[in-house]
Write a protein that binds this ligand. Structure first.
Ligand code: BG6
Length: 287
């Protein structure tokens, strides 16, 4: 079967050998395996920490966590009861059916509608849909935010917190040169302009690149992933380096094996008018 559904997870398989595993908890993709374009070797393309909690007790350290309704710590009074990166990554989503199942693509849809505990902390009406489409060499994830209110604007941020598996010692992200960025490691300092042709994360990195263009390459050891984004104007590059020692769900040295490339609306807010839907999309392709 191209899609296996259990109480807590989905497994999607493509006839060419690629596959995805996703937890209904957070709609968090925890594995994407895809063949190399030249050698055909099926490899894991995302990083999920071996110490990640996969039982729904804590947001998953790895894969693709979904960030909504805000990025980072809460900064607005209406979010004061919520925790870092919002609740989408720590609520249980529902499988909402197979969208396509053919020789090119197998895709599924998930939905999250606010439950009582979310409504108590975040009363604005909304609905989230997440479409996960698996191709031979590509994984396409689309987040749809719906505002069902007839009168109220829905204000939010959203981001896909993608942990790309790559060897940090030899990996770079391009093209970011010339972009204005917020350096979250130096709070309060003015925004800076990226001067590097190739950005690496050999030192701890936590940078929010604004109006970033939506087309990035992560390359290391002659292999890589092309990250394309639509609807997400920013991209966050994050790796904690040895500060990761403080994270109970990241194993010693785990930070050497991923770069988070996170397309998102992170430095700005989206005001979604009543009755409208917004879409943010990420397309990952094996290079
Ligand atoms: C990044 C943020 O997106 O996520 C970082 O820019 C943050 O500041 C990181 O540390 C991880 O967040 P969390 O909540 O998953 O530990």
């Amino acid at each position: 079967m191209p899609v296996e559904v259990t109480d807590s997870r989905l497994e999607i398989s493509h006839p060419n050998g690629s596959s995805v595993e996703l937890l209904l908890y957070g709609a968090n993709i925890i594995s994407w395996k895809a063949p190399g374009k030249t050698d055909g070797a099926i490899e894991e393309r995302l990083y999920t920490s071996p110490k990640a909690f996969l039982d729904g007790s804590k947001p998953v350290r790895g894969g693709i966590p979904v960030v909504f309704p805000f990025f980072g710590p809460p900064t607005r009074p209406e979010h004061s009861q919520l925790s870092q990166h919002g609740f989408a990554r720590s609520e249980v989503w529902k499988f909402d059916g197979i969208v396509s199942d053919n020789a090119d693509v197998v895709s599924v849809r998930l939905v999250f509608e606010p439950n009582d505990s979310v409504k108590a902390k975040f009363p604005a009406p909304f609905r989230l849909f997440y479409i996960v489409a698996l191709f031979a060499h590509q994984l396409n994830t689309s987040l749809h935010v719906e505002n069902p209110s007839e009168t109220q604007v829905l204000t939010f941020q959203a981001l896909l917190h993608t942990y790309i598996r790559t060897e940090v010692a030899v990996s770079t992200v391009t093209p970011l040169k010339g972009l204005t960025y917020i350096n979250k490691l130096k709070p309060g300092l003015p925004e800076e302009v990226e001067t590097r042709d190739e950005v690496d994360v050999k030192e701890p990195a936590d940078f929010v690149y604004k109006l970033a263009g939506g087309d990035y390459k992560v390359v290391g050891n002659g292999k890589g992933i092309h990250v394309q984004a639509k609807g997400f104007k920013d991209v966050v590059i994050w790796n904690p380096g040895t500060d990761g020692k403080k994270m109970s769900d990241l194993a010693e040295g785990g930070w050497d094996h991923f770069i988070c490339v996170e397309p998102g609306a992170a430095s700005y807010w989206i005001d979604l008018s009543p009755g409208s839907t917004w879409e943010g999309q990420q397309i990952l392709t094996v290079l």
